[in-house]
Write a new protein. Structure first.
Lengths: 224, 224
DNA sequence: AGATGGCTTATTGTATACAAACCCTCGTCG
DNA sequence: CGACGAGGGTTTGTATACAATAAGCCATCT
């Protein structure tokens, strides 16, 4: 991760996530090169990656713009994630080792602790949640599936989702993880798939609710 | 497509597909630059794209190698394709326009003609088949789904598949397309999904059979 | 007024030179 | 005899200069 292009990738990605680069704004290679303190070459590398991950889209004449995500896009994204990650859970159910299951339990214990605190420890939740899902993907044991999932998850939108979780949502996540472990223990792929699909879908609606009330808030602000 | 990096992309891709670059061989940027008649800069661009599409994999120390595909990898690939393209068919069923359905019919008429000839007109089949599936993807109307599907289809393996189709297989493809159109006309998403999933899965087994008999053939050759 | 064409500037694409990282070989030491 | 490490050649990463292309602008013509 010490290569300049990797650092540039992270920096630009963060700028987009934080809103420093607003959706729709044109991206100029030289300007980014300046702000990242490197030449255009690694910037171009980073932009290609971000483009592949749909953080950035390119016009027909090769100009780059920060992608903007409509609620429909986000819906699509979560749907795809549910499809793929549900499939991963199904595969994992018949492949996962007892050792991996033990790791899942460890992560979910940490999640329980994080969501039981008041206020909830969201960073710890996010971290262990990521770890939990990573184990499921590893157990699914399909490089391509993992690669595609990595493209779909951790999009701007997904990261913000957890920030909108209230304590009930967080605790529900913990319970769904417990169910998933139960499905794995019983080697029940269909159950695992169903739980995972619902888990992801609930996350979408949580995001959508926050998104809508956020927009209302914004409209109110504007009106005031 | 006239940019040097695009031409390089196509050339390298073709070299991999044709076997001129054998699976497992290391790829050196400068060597490709020479053989494509451009500098390393556009070559690097092309390699990044091919890497994202898993034609090329990179070692932990940034060396590039031509990916080699085990039958399990191919199975994974087709499974994912069935999942995604099945989902696309389901979406398409409730979104596709009558105009698009008419285009599907046109393509499938051309396919019928191609597969009825003796010998079958495989290039025409491939072309119209591509067109047919492209319309389904367009009707599904999800940019991200389309992007992911494009990553999964047209891999080395998929291209070779059709070459192994015998006339029965080709005609069966035509019939499955007809079923798909029927499902679309009735706006039956579940039916469309089931047909598409089966369509893709059959293609996999066709490939696998050819692959296995091909290996037997190779073993025989070796023994002789 | 609106459209059109060429000029200017802005932005991206490519080539090249050099720097950094890596890999392999070979010699040395335990 | 094997482990280890230094050195040189190889390969990838980055910076920079220049070329090509697109966008914006204004003058001109209708």
């Amino acid at each position: 991760m010490s290569r300049a292009s990797d650092r540039a990738y992270q920096q630009i990605r963060n700028m987009i996530l934080s809103g420093a680069l607003a959706p729709g704004t044109q991206i100029k290679e030289e300007q980014l090169a300046d702000s990242c303190g490197v030449s255009r070459t690694p910037i171009r590398d980073a932009l290609r990656r971000l483009e592949a991950e749909m953080f950035i889209r390119r016009s027909d004449t090769q100009r780059s713009f920060v992608a903007d995500w409509s609620l429909d896009d986000v819906d699509d994204n979560f749907t795809l994630r549910g499809l793929l990650e549900g499939h991963a859970a199904k595969r994992a159910a018949i492949r996962i080792s007892w050792d991996q299951i033990e790791h899942l339990r460890t992560h979910n214990r940490a999640i329980l602790k994080a969501v039981s605190a008041s206020p909830p420890d969201v960073p710890s939740f996010l971290d262990n949640n990521r770890g939990f899902h990573a184990i499921v993907m590893a157990a699914a044991n399909s490089d391509r599936l993992t690669a595609m999932l990595n493209q779909v998850i951790e999009q701007p939108v997904v990261i913000r989702t957890a920030l909108h979780y209230d304590q009930d949502n967080l605790q529900q996540s913990h319970r769904e993880h417990e169910d998933l472990i139960a499905a794995f223990v019983r080697r029940d792929g269909d159950w695992a798939q169903a739980i995972m699909a619902g888990h992801i879908r609930r996350a979408f609606h949580n995001y959508a609710d926050a998104h809508l009330s956020g927009r209302e808030q914004a409209n109110t602000d504007q009106a005031a």
